[in-house]
Structure formats: structure tokens, C-alpha cells
Ligand binder design. Structure first.
Ligand SMILES: C[S@@+](CC[C@H](N)C(=O)[O-])C[C@H]1O[C@@H](n2cnc3c(N)ncnc32)[C@H](O)[C@@H]1O
Length: 271
């Protein structure tokens, strides 16, 4: 998937809508990440922490962190989409943020080391394998990597409906498979192995599997397109441009759908 497609999706479609968090999965996942940091004592460290959020979006996580930490934090962020960062800057007045590509992390904030680096719902766009060596270089010894992200086991019901030839044609999916377009890790074990291979000891790890319910096509688009979960993929397929007849047919053939997400929430510490 091209960087231009991803930039357009978050900058022009999602930015003003993201914080509405349809189905509440972003908020609940980030809360689990905060809990892991709390369990490691990072919300009450006694010193100011320098924290970098890669693909930070609208700054929801650092906002939660700042609100719950006992002391001050120094927040840094990188994101492709200027309009997502604009929301983040309003949320975090001290934020030092740059618009840029996370896959080139070495180029951002040169010479600065961090106490904690976050990658939340961005490892579908920039693979862990690209991020891990760069993150390992930028963490202070004993610094933490908080990873939250979907796995290849997400959306099993939607993926199985997507195997129907008629639906694939209607939706404009062509040869695209979610797995080919999204670089997510397979599961928690892959996340743990990648961290470990880069000198990062996994301290906490869980798989969060919240239920998803899509009453109809509109509810799915609310979540998947405007909500930011599958926006670049949907834009690539042109599904957001479907006319009334196509929408009606997809509604009849595919919905309602009950599904589940599959999200790894992990916290590693640099040895
Ligand atoms: C699903 S949102 C997650 C936002 C935030 N981390 C959160 O958990 O709420 C994905 C974010 O990653 C950003 N992103 C995607 N690819 C990126 C890349 N290559 N470099 C930097 N940011 C990227 C998008 O612009 C978007 O803001």
C-alpha cells in the first residue's frame, strides 16, 4: 500500500472523525497499554519521562498518559498526516511533533534517546521488522517499547465473507487480500520474538479480542472508513464510492455481521 494512499486516508478522511472511536476499541486497547505501563511503575517514575509516539495520530495515548502520570512527561511524536498531528498538538500543548515517515525513524529527532517509545496501530503500515532495530537504537538502556496493534487473526468473519467471488467483485476487492495489504504481525508470539531478537525483553503481553458488530454496511463504513480501521484499504478498493444499488446489494449479501478484532498489547524493556 502506498504512503500516499495512507497519508490521504488519515489526513483527509479520518482526522476529524478518529476520536469518536466507533465501537470504542481504540480507547479500550490504549487503556490496556496504559495499565501495562502502570504495572511497570512508569506512571509514577519520580523523574520526567521522554516519550515518543510513532504514528501518534491524534495523541490519544499520550493524552491518557499525561492525565494519569503523577509527574510531567516530555511528549514527542511522528505521523505522516499533518491533520492528525494538528489534533494531537491541541491535546498536548508541550508536544514536539514532526510530520514524516515512521519507517525512517533514524532521521527524526537525531541524537535524542527516549525512556519509552510507542507504536500503536501503526505496525500494519510499517512492519515491526523495519521499526524494531531503529527503536532499539533510540531507547535508553532500560527504556520501554509499548506496542499495540492488530494481528492477522483480526476480522475473521469479514475475511471469510470476502472470499465470496460476488462480494469481492461488488466491493472492488479484485485480487487484494487483507493479509497482503496490511503488514500486521501474525500473533503475540511473533511480536515477542521480534522484540527479543532486538535486545528487548518482553515484560507484559496479552491478546485483546473485543467483539465487533456491524448492523449494516453504513455501520461498517462508520468504523472501517471514517473511523480509521481500514481506511487506506477501502480507499484503494473504491468501496466508499459505491452507489445506492451496490450499497443495497452489499447490505443484503454481507450484513449484519458479528466479528472480533485481535489485538496484541505488549510491553518490552531494552536490556
Ligand atoms: C490507526 S491510526 C493510530 C493512531 C494512534 N497511534 C492511536 O493509537 O490512536 C494510524 C496512524 O499511523 C499513521 N501512519 C501510518 N503510516 C505511517 C508512516 N509510515 N509513518 C508515520 N505515520 C504513519 C497514520 O497517519 C495514522 O495517524
Amino acid at each position: 500500500m502506498s504512503t500516499a494512499t495512507v497519508h490521504h486516508a488519515y489526513n483527509d478522511v479520518v482526522a476529524t472523525y478518529y476520536d469518536l472511536d466507533p465501537q470504542g476499541i481504540i480507547g479500550r486497547s490504549l487503556d490496556r497499554g496504559i495499565l501495562q505501563l502502570r504495572q511497570e511503575g512508569l506512571l509514577d517514575p519520580g523523574v520526567e519521562l521522554r516519550i515518543l509516539d510513532i504514528g501518534m495520530g491524534t495523541g490519544l495515548f499520550l493524552g491518557k498518559f499525561a492525565a494519569q502520570a503523577s509527574g510531567r512527561i516530555a511528549p514527542y511524536g511522528v505521523d505522516l498526516a499533518e491533520n492528525m498531528l494538528e489534533v494531537a498538538r491541541r491535546r498536548l500543548p508541550d508536544l514536539v511533533a514532526v510530520a514524516g515517515d515512521a519507517s525512517d525513524l533514524d532521521a527524526h529527532f537525531p541524537g535524542i534517546q527516549f525512556d519509552c517509545i510507542c507504536t500503536h496501530f501503526v505496525t500494519g503500515f510499517v512492519s515491526m521488522r523495519v521499526l524494531a532495530p531503529q527503536i532499539a537504537r533510540r531507547l535508553k538502556p532500560g527504556g520501554y517499547w509499548s506496542l499495540i496493534g492488530g494481528t492477522k487473526a483480526a476480522y475473521a468473519a469479514l475475511q471469510s465473507k470476502g472470499n465470496s467471488g460476488l462480494l469481492r467483485r461488488l466491493a472492488g476487492a479484485g485480487d487484494r487480500r487483507m493479509d497482503d495489504r496490511v503488514l500486521n504481525p501474525a500473533d503475540l508470539r511473533e511480536v515477542e520474538a521480534t522484540m527479543d531478537a532486538h535486545g528487548i525483553e518482553v515484560r507484559r503481553g496479552e491478546t485483546f479480542e473485543p467483539e465487533l458488530a456491524f448492523e449494516d454496511f453504513e455501520a461498517f463504513m462508520d468504523f472501517g472508513h471514517r473511523g480509521g480501521w481500514l481506511t487506506p484499504l477501502i480507499e484503494e478498493m473504491g468501496l466508499h464510492k459505491a452507489g445506492p444499488l451496490k450499497r443495497w446489494l452489499i447490505d443484503r449479501l454481507a450484513f449484519p455481521v458479528k466479528d472480533s478484532h485481535n489485538i496484541v498489547v505488549a510491553l518490552g524493556r531494552k536490556r
